[in-house]
Design a protein around this ligand. Sequence first.
Ligand code: SME
Length: 162
Amino acid sequence: MFQAATINSANKADFYKELCQQLQGLLHGESDAIANAANTSALMFEMMPDLNWAGFYFLKSDSELVLGPFQGRPACVRIAVGRGVCGTAVEKGASILVEDVHAFPGHIACDAASRSELVVPLRHDGKILGVIDLDSPTAARFDTEDQAGVEALARIFVAASY
Ligand code: SME
């Protein structure tokens, strides 16, 4: 049985270092992408404070993301590339930090409680496979240290699963 260890780190860099170690341990020896996305979502949702949604969208064609494993309220299933925060992150090929979702043109609201969002692309061999999406009920919950930390988690997920 995997038990997430409490992380008491005073700063975010150390927090993500420990979270990455826990994710490495959780995914070790498993390469099924759905199972690994499910466990990655569960670990993020349990360990990262102040989230109301944590999960995956996968590119099923060049033009559309489809909902993958997640924790939180039921979410919209399909997002066109270029739409919403998730589709924009894929189109730009870059992570997107949104301090206030109400100020992001085209933001797709899946949970009315969401106030801020972080979307990180999943990359493998120069291709984008999908995104990790995190929502928080608190405005400006995520900063560049969270972005760097979740980008590291995304690399661990991809390395284990593809
Ligand atoms: N807000 C996202 C949609 C996905 S939900 O937040 C889970 C977006 O604008 O792409």
